[in-house]
Design a protein around this ligand. Structure first.
Ligand SMILES: Cc1ncc(COP(=O)(O)O)c(C=O)c1O
Length: 443
């Protein structure tokens, strides 16, 4: 593929227009990045902006596109619903949502019952509410460097500057640093922030507060690919059993990306509740709260005092449910054939990038799980946010992302943001990416 000289005139025009009516010109603030691009079309592994520039896409819309954009089979399932229903009735149930629920309960070990919602935020909010209702406790533990959505309990402490939270403390906790204003102080006091891979701090917090739940991504994927150390997830399970809190795995990003059973299947540790979204429907809006029957049944408990309120007009929207069924059925085909392909492409990316970094004498590595990866400009894989924030070269990371975009390779231009390969990517796409990366580092 020839690298085209890019113009962004139309993107600029669209942004200028939209900024007059939409705060920041975007419908979700994390989308406001430089360069400011308006995207018009996506197909398989590619994105096109309004000026017709094509990009090999590794952003995948923050990770849902596991089969590739605009997957024909998923779209056909949606078209079938549009033509023949069911429609959103807002009353009772339908056979379609029962099919999705059964598919999930049959294939995901932690999933004994399911509640379908629309976004990751709604699902983590419902999970925490359910945990509070079940335990009768109010406090929750959240990870520094994790992201679990935009509600009050979790909209905090992702890429927090170390000057703000201070040096590593273990055992101990960090202050709640909101991602924006509007979170009542009284609420912040119920949330305890600890580092990932730090069991001692979880123990410390449990000995001081009545903890209802600990929520964590099993791999922190909003600061790259920050993996659990051996025994860490089991350690959380043991602490949950000892102190009586509900262990919630936020599998919004990890779920369906590495296996249909979620990361808990790979890691061998079973949470009490788990939350899925993103790759579950290849880009259609859906999420799921799943977990132990004893807990999930409370959502419909006849006693209102025991029943956490979980509801939504669009929950189980037939379009998204049909998209999820088609996506999951595709992922299940050929006994994991898609995951084997994704692993091969992931290995090609990792080996290629690490060899290029070596050839340029640059200290760095690829942290990777299957099809999700991140380049860290440091000499080891980070163990927690403090390690990452102190050692990663953020400026080199951002420069590389911007240069790649100029060359038609879309790495989301925010430092440490994870890249996702889809089943629509080819070895040729990876080769093109590696050549662009090599040239970008040569400058
Ligand atoms: C791990 C994780 N949990 C929850 C969320 C929130 O999901 P949503 O944006 O659908 O509300 C995200 C979003 O990126 C996420 O990455």
């Amino acid at each position: 593929m020839e690298i085209q000289e890019q113009t962004h005139a139309k993107s600029k025009q669209i942004f200028e227009h939209n900024r007059k009516y939409i705060p920041g010109g975007v419908m979700s603030l994390p989308r406001r990045v430089e360069p400011e691009l308006a995207f018009e079309r996506a197909e398989g592994a590619y994105l096109w902006d309004a000026d017709g520039n094509r990009y090999v896409d590794y952003h995948a819309a923050f990770a849902p596109a596991i089969l590739g954009h605009n997957d024909r089979r998923v779209n056909a399932a949606v078209e079938e619903i549009l033509k023949h229903g069911p429609s959103l009735s807002g009353s009772g149930t339908n056979a379609l949502e029962g099919r999705l629920a059964e598919l999930m309960c049959t294939n995901i070990e932690v999933c004994e019952m399911v509640q379908i919602l629309n976004t990751g935020t709604e699902a983590t909010m419902a999970a925490i509410r359910l945990a509070r209702g079940f335990t009768g406790r109010d406090h929750v533990i959240v990870m520094q460097g994790g992201f679990n959505g935009s509600h009050n309990d979790v909209a905090c402490n992702v890429l927090t500057p170390l000057e703000v939270i201070g040096p590593r403390v273990s055992p101990g906790e960090y202050k709640y640093v909101p991602l924006g204003c509007g979170v009542p102080l009284a609420h912040q006091q119920l949330v305890h922030i600890v580092n990932f891979n730090d069991l001692e701090s979880v123990r410390y917090v449990c000995e001081r507060y009545p903890i209802a739940a600990l929520i964590t991504e099993p791999i922190l994927q909003n600061v790259g690919i920050l993996k659990p150390q051996p025994g860490y997830l089991q350690g959380l399970r043991d602490l949950a059993d000892k102190h009586g809190f509900i262990l919630i795995f936020d599998e919004v990003k990890t779920g369906f990306r590495y296996s249909v059973g979620g990361y808990s299947k790979i890691g061998g540790v079973r949470p009490d509740l788990a939350v899925f979204a993103k790759a579950m429907a290849n880009g259609y809006p859906i999420s799921a709260l799943v977990g132990r029957r004893e807990l999930m049944q409370l959502i419909a408990d006849p006693n209102p005092a025991k029943r956490p309120f979980v509801a939504g007009t669009y929950n189980g929207h037939p379009i998204s449910v049909a998209a999820a069924i088609a996506t999951i059925e595709r992922l299940l085909e050929g006994n994991g054939e898609i995951y084997r392909k994704l692993e091969r492409l992931g290995q090609q990316v990792q080996a290629g990038i690490e060899s290029i970094l070596r050839s340029h004498g640059i200290t760095g590595l690829v942290a990777r799980q299957g099809s999700a990866f991140c380049i860290y400009f440091m000499d080891h894989e980070p163990q927690d946010w403090h390690d990452l924030a102190r050692n990663h070269d953020f400026s080199c990371d951002m420069t590389l992302r911007r240069r790649l975009i100029e060359k038609g390779i879309y790495f989301f231009p925010v430092e440490t943001k994870q890249c996702s390969i889809s089943a629509a990517h080819t070895e040729e796409d990876i080769d093109v990416t590696l050549r662009a990366l090599d040239e970008s580092l040569r400058l």
